[in-house]
Design a protein around this ligand. Structure first.
Ligand SMILES: NC(=O)c1ccc[n+]([C@@H]2O[C@H](COP(=O)([O-])OP(=O)(O)OC[C@H]3O[C@@H](n4cnc5c(N)ncnc54)[C@H](OP(=O)(O)O)[C@@H]3O)[C@@H](O)[C@H]2O)c1
Length: 333
């Protein structure tokens, strides 16, 4: 039997979990088990080629989670709101509810199942949950429709209340605003004007300080610190604490393309969204503008620089330099 410690990673074929897998593959005293719905997918096979033990598991099937968590010393748990929201098969399941409300409730239940299974693992020393701030709570009930934040925070609350013993071993990782959004998400990609200027258009105050993370690179380095340090941390994960204006300057430095920020008024929109998502994102942007992405009144929040072993993270300019902007820059004027 291996004397190495075992970390079991949910979402290992994705951004956050994939980064955690890469970070622990560098640790000689750890072995890595990845949980995926489909062990024969290209991403799962790529993990196996790195020496990761790939097992089948599904957030919808608690028995597969119990099996996957066997002998774990650490578990990294992440859920996928946008996968649930974007899966056409789920539209019918939502029935009379808006799809985002359904997806959020479903995500909370999935995470509760993960927490139930983790609480039963006798070997477990550290549980790290990928969560987000409780927008309803930290906005004092003003913004109640940031469902994809609250869904995770509700599961976190469930774990804290239901399993005090598990929570003594738990740290929370809040993923910051993914930099990849600006590369590939049509809602956030810069728009190119006829003069070739990249405009970052949206409802965020351009001077609001935000936690920007390259989730696929940085998550693992932060989570590795959380696993090695005493539990009880609630870290907002980011590589740069900057503003949209700062981000647009980083974009210019990386690409040589002039950039500017345009803040839309409430109700104005540059990209049409389904009505439920439109309402959610309006609350999301307003929540960030007024109360901070991380819920700045949350007294438990710590920053990467506050960790015992501060992770060495790269900057936004270098991230943007590595991206393929050709499609974004070739937008129809
Ligand atoms: N975009 C942002 O700025 C931002 C910021 C903070 C937090 N987030 C949150 O990040 C989360 C997504 O994380 P990500 O980007 O790391 O993931 P991702 O790259 O979108 O990949 C999704 C992962 O979830 C796994 N998964 C999905 N459904 C599953 C199920 N039923 N059972 C087992 N595994 C399942 C997938 O594994 P398989 O397909 O291999 O099974 C895959 O590894 C979302 O909940 C989102 O709200 C996003």
């Amino acid at each position: 039997m291996s004397t190495k410690k075992l970390i079991v990673i949910l979402g290992a074929t994705g951004n956050q979990g994939g980064s955690v897998a890469q970070a622990f593959l560098q640790e000689p005293e750890w072995r890595v088990r990845a949980v995926t719905r489909n062990p024969s997918s290209a991403k799962a096979q790529a993990l196996a080629a790195y020496g990761v033990e790939v097992v089948q598991g599904d957030l919808d099937s608690p028995s597969t989670l119990s099996l996957a968590f066997e002998n774990a010393n650490a578990i990294f748990a992440v859920s996928d709101f946008w996968g649930l929201y974007g899966d056409p098969a789920n539209a019918a399941k939502a029935k009379d509810q808006p799809l985002n409300v359904w997806a959020a409730n479903y995500e909370t239940e999935q995470l509760k199942g993960v927490i139930d299974a983790a609480a039963k693992v006798p070997t477990l020393e550290r549980f790290v949950l990928s969560s987000l701030s409780n927008a309803t709570k930290w906005s004092k009930g003003k913004y109640t429709q940031v469902y994809h934040f609250d869904s995770k925070a509700k599961a976190e609350e469930y774990g804290r209340k239901t399993y005090p013993e598990l929570w003594k071993k738990t740290s929370v990782f809040q993923a910051g605003f993914f930099l990849s959004n600006f590369v590939s998400n049509p809602i956030m990609q810069p728009q190119i004007t006829a003069n070739g200027v990249a405009q970052f258009v949206g409802h965020l105050d351009p001077d609001l300080k935000l936690p920007f993370i390259a989730a696929e690179e940085d998550t693992g380095l932060i989570v590795r610190a959380l696993v090695k340090e005493p539990a009880g941390k609630n870290v907002i994960g980011y590589r740069e604490w900057s503003s949209l204006r700062g981000l647009s300057e980083a974009f210019t430095e990386a690409t040589g393309v002039k950039a500017e920020c345009i803040m839309l008024n409430k109700g104005e929109s540059n990209i049409p969204l389904p009505p439920d998502l439109d309402r959610e994102m309006e609350d999301n942007w307003s929540y960030c503008n007024e109360f901070g992405y991380e819920g700045r009144d949350d007294p438990t929040i710590v920053h990467p620089k506050d960790l015992d072993s501060v992770p060495r993270l790269d900057n936004m300019v270098n991230y943007f330099k590595k991206q393929d902007w050709s499609k974004v820059l070739a937008q129809d004027k």
